[in-house]
Each structure stands twice: as structure tokens, then as C-alpha cells.
Ligand binder design. Structure first.
Ligand SMILES: *Cc1c(COP(=O)(O)O)cnc(C)c1O
Length: 623
């Protein structure tokens, strides 16, 4: 059974287990529980997204360090540069931290739409590279010219011949009166015949949405030569897709791209001086040794890139080009952790205290009771088999009308308790026991929306590491299925006996229990859907002061109920008025009650729309 939730596989030493909690492995090493508790003490409820800028910095710095090391090792003459692809995370509290921690690297941004381009133009320091990929219209190309006129180091990647024609058009209009022409730099995206997962794969291959075929490349070259744009043509770009689980497809793509680069250069594209290898560097999300997602390390990745390009440059007798990467997932994933409170456990009814043993019980019930009481490690397997057998018989007896509902309930509880106890005693990992866990799994209702916060789990069944943030000194034995709070059965992370998650037995009325989902910083936020109208969770940035203590800042609370509706274009005034009128004209309540309800309603509409737990004492006084 897992004891550290695979932390050694996915955490990259960013988080450690200390005593009984998960702690941030930085400075004073605060626990995630302390951080969460601090937010809850300030009154915030519902799921919370914690951002850790020091982890963004770590990834950027590792990327540059590894490539610079490889450069030195192979005596490579070109430079290494990187940009962050905004589509991976455009949220301001991420982007601002990203720019802040990357100052020393001259790190830039990649934009794939007008809105992203505006972020790049306003957040990249002059001189740091901006690359613009994706389909572009005349307006977007004009925006690139404007960025260049501001002094930005901007490169338009041509995805098709039409875009080049538009560039030529905008160039002639934009520079009519300029003595010295202002033109962005130009890159060409190439369409590779090799690709990630086979020759016709979507991301890179010939059927890809993006890039120029060799015929189109030659035409583009001629067109640029004709319009004096060869001086701008400086980059060859490709991107073979995200989360590359192995390195071989990249090597193939590099050989192809390198040779295209060299041939264009030898043909007369004299300004060519950079190869952009796109993104795709993978993140280890796996939580179990047999479920690892990557078979290479960044050092190997960097070595292969540098070595292969060097070799091609030598063979084709050209200078070694600068190398660009656009890795996004690798940079952003680890910085965000989602903390979600457990609201309820659904199997509380299978507890000893729920038994209704009678004076006179059917013999099989008496037998089950004895099996449960006398179960030991040495007899567990035999007793377990007996219990399962008795259960079958008891269900048949019920169908035939020989035992009643109370007997049946007792049977269910006792068998459940016997299975649980035998698993605990035997814990031998045998197939039989693993299968039985499905029968006794607990459903944990967790205060978050999988659609909003783990979109790739919903869409692609991407696994995200999950674990409780405290009680780690106690062995968790409940096979767990997680339910989110949407009314959609897809919002369920089912117990998987091939990759089992065990959680603790907790009484939520008495104590809080939080789960953390890790590596949620890439793609999930902007892909998140407002299914059931659950919105982005409350977010906060966790920094560290000079003494090494954590500080919380840039807090944005999850949207209030009324604002959620306003967002999808309901008229807030209308909603308010409707609710108010309905209370005021109701004949079911007194006027003092009306006042009270109006007050309550006002409060509810202006609170964040995730669930709130009821305090145990409040519940007890009623039940
Ligand atoms: C999406 C994308 C990236 C980023 O890919 P990751 O897998 O997140 O590294 C880089 N470049 C381009 C052109 C992209 O479309």
C-alpha cells in the first residue's frame, strides 16, 4: 500500500512529508495545512488555489541551466532562449509572477491570439523575445507591427502562405512614410512528416492544422526574396504536441527540422539564425511506479536537442543556430496546488453503531457477528470467504421473505466490517483483496468542481496527484472514490484497484479534512468550465519573506453568486428585483419575516458560490 502517495515520483522535491503533514520544501517549510488554516481563519471557504512563485522560478532556472550545461558540454556556439506560451496559463497572478521571477533570463512570451498578444505586449520587457503563433488576420499582423514600432523583439511565425501575403500588405501600408521600415522578425512553421504518435498524428504530422509543406516553404522563400524580406526571416519553428511521453519523436522531428533549416539557409535565407523546437516537455503526473508518464529527464532532452542540431550544422556546413523553446506545461504545472475540503463521507451507515442486533436473530446473522468478533490475522482469509458466502445466502433469504429489512441491514454492515478488518489484517496486496476494496470503498464528497479545476481529468482522463494534507502519521485504509459537488456523474474520480487511493476515516462533523491536487498550474485554469456555474476557486499567491516565513497576497475570492450570473449575461437588477418582489408579495410569511429573508438573500447572493460546511455544534443542537 502506498504510504507517501507517490510523492517521490511526482513532487520533484517541491513538497515533503514532515511529521504528519505535507510541507512546502522551501525556506521555513510551512505545511499546506498551516497555509490553508490561515485562509480559513480569515473567513475564506470552499476550494482554494495556492500559487507558489518560487516553483515557477525553479522551473525556468532549471530549463536554462540544463540547456546551458548541454551547450557547454558539446561546445555549442549558438545561444539558448525561451518563451512562455500564454495559452498554458494567462491568469494575471501567474503571468505577473512569471515575469517577476524570470528577469535575469530575458525570458519572453508566446502569443496565439490577439488577447494573448496584448498580454505579451504589456508584460514583456523590451528586448525579451515575443513569438506569435497560430492563425492571424490582418489586424493581428498589424498589432505585431505596432509592437515592433514600440521597440519589442517580436517574431511572427507564418503558419500559411496567406499570412505571408498579409504581412507584405501590412508592411507596404505601415511603412509608406517611414524612412526606415519597421517590420517584425519572421519565422516559418514547418509541417513535419514525422510526428508524435505516427505519421498522420494531429500535432505535427502532414495532417496538422499548422505549418508549411516543403512546396509552400519554397514558395514562401521566393515571395520573401521578391519583397526583400529575407533579412527578416530568422527562425524555423515546429511544435510536435504536448506532454511527450518519450523522446524519440522529438529526435525525428529535430532531424527533419534541422535539415529544412540548413537547406533554406544554404539556399540564400542568410538571416536564418534560430530553430524553435516548440513545447511538449512533459510533466510527471504519475503517482504509482507502474503509471509513470515520462521516460526521459530534462538533461537528456537538452543533450539530444543540442547534439542533434550541432551535428546537422556540421554536416551542412552552417553556423550553429540559436535554440528556442516554448515549453509551457513544464514551466507552469507545479506552481499551483488546489486545496479542496472534504464535505462528507458516504458510508457512515456501515459502522458498528448502526447495527440493530435483535434478541433473536437469524442463525446466519449470529454467525456473521461471531466471524467479525473472532477475526484474526491467521483466520482472516477463511472467515472472509465464509462471510461472503453467508451474504449471498442472506440476500436470497430476504428475496424469499424469510428475513426482514433490519436483518438485511445487519448483514450488510457486518460483511462490510469483516471485509474492512480482513483487508487491514492481511494487507498482502493480493488480487482478491484489491477487488474486494471496490465493495467497501468510501465516497468522499469534495468541495470543488472537477470541470472547473481539473478540466483535463474530465476531457482526457489525465491523472493529477492527490493526497490528504495531514494525518500522514496514520495509515489511510479507506479505498476512496472522490465526488465533486457538480450534479454530473463525470465529476467523479472513481476508485481504481490498479491505482488505488486510500484516505482516512474522518468524522467531518468533528474535524476538517483537506485534499490537495497537485500540478494543476498548466492548462487547467483557462480550460476550466463553469459547469453548474461553479467558477474559479479562491486563489492566493504564497511568497516567502526574508526570514523565510510564508506570506499570502494577491487574494482573489471565488466569484459571488450574483456575479456568476452576471458573467453569463443575466441582468443583475432584474434578478434582484424578481427575488425581492416575490418575497414582498408572498402571502405565506409575515412582514417581519420578509425583512429577515430579504437580509438573508442579500447575504447569500453576495457570497462565493461554493458550498459551506455546517459547524458541528450547530447541527447537533437540532438533530
Ligand atoms: C501549446 C504550444 C506550446 C506549449 O506546449 P507545452 O506542451 O505546454 O510545452 C508551445 N508552442 C506552441 C506552438 C504551442 O501551440
Amino acid at each position: 500500500m502506498q504510504t507517501n502517495y507517490g510523492l517521490n515520483i511526482w513532487a520533484d522535491e517541491n513538497f515533503i512529508i514532515k511529521d504528519n503533514t505535507v510541507n512546502v520544501n522551501h525556506k521555513t517549510q510551512p505545511s499546506l495545512l498551516e497555509i490553508t488554516q490561515k485562509l480559513r481563519d480569515e473567513g475564506y471557504r470552499g476550494p482554494m488555489l495556492l500559487r507558489f512563485p518560487h516553483l515557477i522560478k525553479k522551473q525556468i532556472s532549471t530549463l536554462y541551466t540544463q540547456f546551458n550545461r548541454a551547450k557547454e558540454e558539446f561546445n555549442y556556439q549558438g545561444n539558448f532562449h525561451a518563451v512562455f506560451p500564454l495559452k498554458v496559463n494567462q491568469y494575471p497572478n501567474f503571468v505577473n509572477s512569471l515575469m517577476d521571477v524570470s528577469k535575469e533570463f530575458n525570458y519572453g512570451l508566446e502569443a496565439g491570439s490577439k488577447a494573448e498578444l496584448v498580454i505579451a505586449m504589456t508584460h514583456t520587457p523590451l528586448g525579451a523575445p515575443i513569438t506569435v503563433n497560430g492563425f492571424k488576420d490582418k489586424e493581428m499582423i498589424s498589432l505585431c507591427f505596432i509592437a515592433r514600432a514600440m521597440g519589442h523583439n517580436i517574431t511572427i511565425t507564418i503558419e500559411g502562405l496567406g499570412e505571408l501575403e498579409t504581412i507584405i500588405q501590412v508592411h507596404s501600408e505601415f511603412n509608406q512614410e517611414n524612412k526606415e521600415a519597421i517590420i517584425p522578425k519572421i519565422g516559418v512553421r514547418i509541417r513535419l512528416h514525422s510526428s508524435g504518435i505516427g505519421i498522420w498524428a494531429k500535432s505535427g504530422g502532414y495532417s496538422s492544422k499548422f505549418g508549411l509543406t516543403s512546396t509552400e516553404l519554397l514558395e514562401a522563400y521566393d515571395l520573401m526574396a521578391k519583397h526583400d524580406l529575407l533579412e527578416q526571416l530568422w527562425m524555423v519553428h515546429f511544435h510536435i504536441g504536448s506532454q511527450m511521453s518519450e523522446i524519440n519523436p522529438l529526435k525525428k522531428a529535430l532531424r527533419e527540422a534541422g535539415n529544412i533549416y540548413a537547406d533554406l539557409k544554404n539556399r540564400g535565407a542568410y538571416a536564418l539564425s534560430a530553430i524553435n523546437i516548440g513545447g511538449g516537455l512533459a510533466v510527471e503526473y504519475g503517482q504509482y511506479p507502474h503509471k509513470k508518464e515520462i521516460n526521459y529527464a530534462l538533461s537528456e532532452f537538452a543533450n539530444d536537442v543540442v547534439f542533434l542540431i550541432k551535428e546537422i550544422a556540421k554536416n551542412k556546413n552552417i553556423e550553429e543556430p540559436d535554440i528556442f523553446t516554448e515549453s509551457g506545461r513544464f514551466i507552469a504545472a507545479s506552481h499551483a496546488v488546489l486545496i479542496a475540503p472534504v464535505l462528507e463521507l458516504f458510508s457512515q451507515d456501515y459502522q458498528e453503531k448502526s447495527l440493530r442486533i435483535k434478541e433473536q436473530n437469524p442463525p446466519l446473522i449470529e454467525e456473521l457477528n461471531a466471524l467479525w468478533k473472532d477475526l484474526t490475522r491467521s483466520n482472516a482469509r477463511e472467515y472472509l470467504h465464509d462471510a461472503l458466502d453467508h451474504m449471498e445466502s442472506l440476500l436470497t433469504l430476504f428475496d424469499l421473505g424469510y428475513i426482514d429489512l433490519e436483518d438485511r441491514s445487519n448483514a450488510e454492515i457486518l460483511v462490510h466490517l469483516i471485509i474492512k478488518k480482513s483487508i487491514l489484517l492481511l494487507s498482502d496486496g493480493s488480487q482478491e483483496l484489491l477487488k474486494l476494496q471496490n465493495k467497501i470503498q468510501e465516497r468522499y464528497l469534495v468541495n470543488f468542481s472537477a470541470f472547473q479545476s481539473l478540466a483535463d481529468f474530465w476531457g482526457l482522463k489525465q491523472h493529477f496527484p492527490v493526497m490528504p494534507i495531514d494525518k500522514l502519521d496514520i495509515k489511510a485504509t479507506n479505498p476512496a472514490t472522490l465526488w465533486d459537488i457538480t450534479c454530473d456523474s463525470d465529476g467523479e474520480i472513481p476508485f481504481d484497484d490498479n491505482a488505488p487511493l486510500y484516505l482516512h476515516d474522518v468524522d467531518i462533523d468533528k474535524e476538517e479534512y483537506f485534499l490537495a491536487f497537485f500540478l494543476t498550474g498548466a492548462y487547467q485554469e483557462v480550460l476550466g468550465m463553469q459547469h453548474n456555474l461553479f467558477t474559479h476557486p479562491t486563489e492566493v499567491t504564497v511568497d516567502f519573506d526574508e526570514e523565510g516565513h510564508f506570506t499570502l497576497s494577491k487574494l482573489i475570492e471565488a466569484q459571488h453568486t450574483l456575479d456568476v450570473l452576471d458573467d453569463i449575461d443575466y441582468d443583475k437588477n432584474y434578478l434582484n428585483k424578481q427575488l425581492k418582489t416575490q418575497i414582498q408579495t408572498s402571502t405565506l410569511i409575515s412582514s417581519t419575516q420578509k425583512e429577515e429573508l430579504l437580509g438573508k438573500l442579500y447575504l447569500y447572493l453576495n457570497e462565493n458560490s461554493y458550498l459551506k460546511t455546517i459547524i458541528a455544534s450547530e447541527k447537533e443542537s437540532i438533530l
